[in-house]
Design a protein around this ligand. Structure first.
Ligand SMILES: C[S@@+](CC[C@H](N)C(=O)[O-])C[C@H]1O[C@@H](n2cnc3c(N)ncnc32)[C@H](O)[C@@H]1O
Length: 608
């Protein structure tokens, strides 16, 4: 048989190279719309070994880590996969974000800006396209092999592409799924797309390749309304003749009928999303219409089936699966894609609870072992050295909590597997005070830069204030995930971001608590100049905020939220909650800004 060969397909012994399959556990960083009662019930079921209630999942991560990690729980369990992988140029990763109006000045100042791809996104793009078609085909083959293993025996995969790479990927899918398992090449004809003069026939269609895992698979024929009813000869299956025949009346004449619908074939004439459509169009550049996904999901799955999309973008597949009562798993490596999908799902009336997950500390632990070895002490030392280097700080060795210095300020490097906590800050402050004036490693300025992957909820301002009281200026700086990417490090693409600061006013009346956003300050170093100029009021930075009224663990339980949409450009500034019982509660407020970054703040609230 003719075969498509790409670099890296076979090893030196001529054996087919399998995709890397490192399975890491998922971390649930947020639950959305799950009541405390539901949560407790699920925990009880888990503790007593009974099956817990299903939660749909939105996963932030690269498919190369997420798919192998899903295998342990979901091999052979996913009924339907739809993917719309990046197949264009790097444009897949930039998006348009909006700056809302200044709430305290008249008129319309709303503006948009294009958010350039993050370093992680650029890296994924290089992974995919680094060596042109060869690496793209290899990347696709690795994806297809993992997807196949996730499918149920009667499962199907739909792969959405266009003229750029469609013809190559089809050869890969033939090989991965078997040529016999090819079901359809669907043409999506977007008849209403405006095309300039391209000096050839305009490209007005995408292709969707449908493969099944085996010859038993689900198919529900779909019908679509005709533009106007037509008169047709009535036809029916004749068992005796084994073919379709014209139906005749008792007088022997053929019968006619008015037909308002037709059975959908493999050319789908569905409108492109229109720029003016403020309800569905989320301004996500590669967003597909829900009508398209609705067809895929209805045709090849049943209610309660599990649907997966590992390039979810704006969340079209998840939204359609949710509306059609399917279970879903959606994944994307873009921060903004995850945020857009979360908001989109929240906008669906009666959306079922879902969780937001990542591979967080497990991915970092695996990276630390791979880079710096298994021996804990030596690995921790080399890891700190590495991060200090990237932060352009010099290591110091005389302290436990203070690991380096930069421009006279001391530097602490948080571990890969735990957030920086208030106890860590107390340790640093105590050590800092003892260290002043003690010799060559002593601080020359009263400041500590605390570098961390994660920060405990309560840390952002409380710890800063504690340190200020001790006369120390504290800067909390996030270690970016790009540090895990060799290429990004080699290219000097690493940027450390200081955390934003949020002020929330709390008012209590009996058991009722009202929170009001009072201020939000973003460190402006990395904000594009035009965005900086367009923002005149702190509230314009805020795209979304959410509250967990009674937090007792590391997961943010999202119980209330307010956010901007294309139609609704304002957000609530206050929210009130009534506690059923008196007590001391830890309230977490989470803000996501228009650049897609999140900031959390913990508040202690006591109600009598
Ligand atoms: C063409 S878009 C999908 C659009 C989506 N179908 C929709 O309707 O909004 C491709 C998505 O794949 C994501 N992506 C690219 N490489 C990825 C990777 N290696 N792992 C996970 N997601 C990736 C991009 O961030 C982008 O959101």
């Amino acid at each position: 048989m003719t075969e498509l060969i790409w670099e890296g397909k076979y090893d030196e012994q001529g054996r087919r190279v399998a995709p890397p399959r490192i399975a890491l556990p998922f971390q649930t960083v947020e639950t959305v719309n799950e009541s405390a009662g539901d949560r407790d019930r699920n925990l009880e079921m888990f503790a007593s070994g009974r099956p817990t209630e299903w939660r749909n999942r939105l996963i932030w991560g690269d498919k190369k880590y997420v798919l192998p990690s899903l295998l342990e729980e979901f091999a052979g369990k996913v009924n339907l996969i739809y993917i719309d992988p990046p197949f264009d140029t790097g444009a897949n990763f930039s998006y348009t974000a909006s700056i809302p109006d200044d709430p305290e000045s008249e008129g319309d100042q709303a503006a948009t800006f294009v958010k350039e791809p993050s370093v992680i996104e650029q890296k994924a793009y290089r992974d995919t396209w680094g060596k042109n078609l060869d690496s793209y085909v290899r990347w696709t083959a690795e994806t297809a092999a993992l997807l196949r293993d996730l499918l149920t025996a009667d499962g199907s995969v739909f792969v959405h592409l266009d003229w750029h790479v469609g013809r190559y990927v089809k050869a890969v899918l033939d090989e991965e799924f078997g040529r016999n398992n090819f079901v359809n090449e669907i043409i999506w004809w977007y008849y209403n797309k405006f095309q300039g003069n391209v000096n050839r026939f305009a490209s007005d269609h995408d292709v969707i390749f449908w493969y099944r895992k085996s010859d038993t698979y689900k198919f529900h024929a779909q019908a679509e309304a005709r533009e106007k009813p037509t008169r047709q000869i009535r036809r029916a299956w004749d068992k005796n003749k084994g073919r379709i025949v014209n139906v005749k009346g008792p007088d022997g004449k053929v019968l006619y009928q008015d037909s308002t619908h037709r059975t959908v074939d493999d050319v789908w004439r569905l409108s492109m999303l229109q720029p003016a459509d403020q309800t569905e169009n989320l301004r996500f550049p590669t967003q597909k219409p829900e009508a398209l996904l609705e067809r895929v999901v209805r045709a090849a799955s049943d209610e309660r089936d599990l649907v997966l999309d590992c390039f979810c973008g704006s969340g079209t597949t998840a939204a359609v699966a949710e509306k059609l009562n399917r279970r879903w798993i959606a994944c994307d490596l873009g921060r903004f894609a995850i945020h857009t999908t979360r908001k989109r799902l929240l906008g669906i009336p009666g959306v079922k609870p879902f969780v937001v997950q990542n591979l967080g500390k497990y991915e970092r632990q695996a990276w630390q072992v791979a880079e710096f070895g298994e021996k804990a002490e030596a690995a921790t030392h080399s890891y700190r050295q590495f991060v200090l280097d990237l932060y352009r700080a010099q290591p110091v060795s005389s302290y436990v909590w203070l690991h380096g210095s930069r421009s006279g300020r001391m530097v602490h490097v948080g571990t890969v597997d735990a957030p920086v906590t208030r106890a860590d800050i107390t340790g640093m402050v105590t050590e800092f005070r003892k260290a002043v004036g003690t010799g060559k490693d002593a601080p020359s300025r009263s400041g500590v830069d605390v570098l961390g992957w994660d920060f405990a909820f309560e840390l952002n301002e409380t710890a800063k204030q504690d340190a200020e009281l001790a006369g120390i200026n504290l800067r909390l700086v996030r270690i970016p995930r790009e540090v895990l990417e060799k290429k990004a490090v080699e290219q000097g693409d690493i940027k450390f971001f200081e955390l934003a600061a949020l002020r929330v006013d709390v008012k209590k009346k009996a058991r009722s608590v009202t929170l009001t956003l009072a201020d939000f300050i973003i460190p402006l170093d990395d904000v594009p100049e035009d965005v900086r100029r367009a923002v005149t009021h702190w509230e314009q930075w805020i795209d979304y905020w959410a509250v967990d009224w009674d937090n007792s663990d590391d997961t943010f339980h999202n119980e209330w939220q307010s956010y901007r949409t294309r139609k609704e450009r304002t957000i609530a500034r206050s929210t009130t909650h009534s506690y059923p019982e008196p007590g001391s509660y830890r309230v977490i407020v989470k803000v996501i800004d228009i650049l897609g970054n999140d900031t959390t703040k913990a508040l202690a609230v006591e109600v009598k």
